[in-house]
Design a protein around this ligand. Structure first.
Ligand code: AMP
Length: 398
């Protein structure tokens, strides 16, 4: 999938507004994790180097269309300046007079950061008039917020109707890596699924079932599959209403020659608590008063062997409750297996959200081919959906 991106002649000397995702965690009025800010530095740098004036727009939290200073982007302004040494000026609105005044007074090399888009309810409604107002003071728009690209909002979609628009480097890297895995995988192709619920991953399983060679299922979702096979799962998570789906998938996988690998052993505890004593049990004989909170060591080894034999791996969802140290081992072992597969030339792609948080927790995020910055967006991409914030840039799509 090729996207329309900018070249120097498109933007030199132009006023460019860039949609970033600065939806960062804040603690005591300060940015407590810079990951999302750092992800956009390459695009901003490329625009500055090409001679553009750069203004940034983003959402932060869920102010629900109201001007709530708890969700102001002002703290991000200071942090961006600190991290880069750039002269970053905060504009306390994202449309209207305050923006046009700042544009009139714009100094060379200064970056403008505009106030939270979601202070206006029109943003999430993909409102055209609001989008037009967002574009009004600028000559070009660059979409760089991959993690917001599964939403059709005024700043991710409608704005492209009002000003020449291009995709940024972050979006391009995401789409290159995710589509290499989804659309052009070298075989064997292994999909690893985990996380709490089957229901969140149904569309991914349906879309990928015919494409992959093997699916490794861990996390809470594995127990619905185990139960569908008639196993005792004790107090483990189970989505009763998804048992039929799980049984159907197991059947279809057989028909298509796809191997679905379920846990053979699990780490269990009596309670969903970090200090609840943990035991390793066979996956088909979990005691009635225990719940499975991680894959066991034999399963981790089984999964690692499948990953070692793969040429393409997509991973979405942790293997257990990785936030609690006693139940993080399975997820860590899978992360390690991805790292060694990457070293051996396998393309390894980690979906955003909890799998990205897990691999970062183990400090292995730089040792795999790609960790997506978008949880919902990467999930929808693997579901085979056309992302509304990406669609306008797909070359050959019009
Ligand atoms: P998801 O957002 O669907 O990827 O789910 C991620 C969450 O699933 C994480 O917060 C994990 O703690 C949780 N999780 C993983 N395995 C289990 C399990 N066996 N039981 C309960 N929760 C789990």
């Amino acid at each position: 999938m090729q996207l329309k991106t900018f070249s120097q002649s498109d933007i030199a000397g132009k006023k460019v507004v860039v949609r970033v995702d600065f939806n960062v965690p804040l603690a005591d009025g300060k940015v407590s994790d810079d990951t999302r800010i750092l992800a956009h530095i390459p695009t901003i740098t490329a625009l500055l180097d090409a001679g553009a004036d750069v203004a940034l727009i983003s959402h932060l939290g869920r102010p629900k269309g109201e001007r709530n200073m708890k969700y102001s982007l002002e703290p991000v302004c200071a942090r961006l300046a600190e991290l880069t040494g750039w002269n970053v000026k905060f504009v306390p609105d994202c449309i209207g007079k305050k923006v046009s005044d700042a544009v009139t007074e714009w100094k060379k090399g200064e970056i403008l950061l505009l106030e939270n888009l979601r202070f206006y309810s029109e943003e999430e409604k993909n409102d055209k008039e609001f989008a037009k107002a967002l574009a009004a003071d600028f000559d070009a728009f660059v979409m760089d917020a991959f993690s917001a690209s599964h939403r059709a909002h005024a700043s991710t979609r409608a704005i492209t109707e009002f000003v020449p628009s291009y995709s940024g480097m972050l979006i391009n890297r995401e789409i290159t890596m995710l589509s290499a895995a989804r659309d052009n995988p070298k075989k064997p192709f292994v999909l690893i699924l985990g996380g709490a619920k089957v229901s969140d991953k149904i569309a991914v399983v349906e879309n990928m079932l015919r494409k992959v060679d093997t699916i490794l299922v861990g996390g809470g979702m594995a127990f619905t599959f185990l139960k569908a096979l008639g196993k005792e799962i004790g107090k483990s998570l189970c989505e009763e209403q998804k048992l039929d789906f799980a049984a159907k998938m197991l059947e279809e996988a057989k028909q298509f020659g796809v191997k679905i690998v379920l846990p053979i052993d699990v780490v269990t505890a009596k309670e969903f608590k970090a200090d609840s004593p943990a035991h390793v049990t066979d996956a088909d004989s979990i005691p009635a008063d225990e719940m499975g909170l991680d894959i066991g060591p034999a399963t981790a080894k089984l999964f690692a062997d499948e990953i070692a034999a793969a040429k393409t791996v997509i991973w979405n969802g942790p293997m257990g409750v990785f936030e609690m140290p006693s139940f993080a081992k399975g997820t860590e072992e899978v992360a390690k297996a991805l790292v060694s597969a990457t070293r051996n030339g396998t393309l390894t792609v980690v979906g955003g959200g909890d799998s990205a948080a897990a691999i970062t927790q183990f400090n292995m995020q730089d040792k795999v081919s790609h960790v997506s910055t978008g949880g919902g967006a990467s999930l929808e991409f693997f579901e085979g959906k056309l992302l509304p914030g990406i669609e306008p840039f797909i070359l050959g799509n019009h």
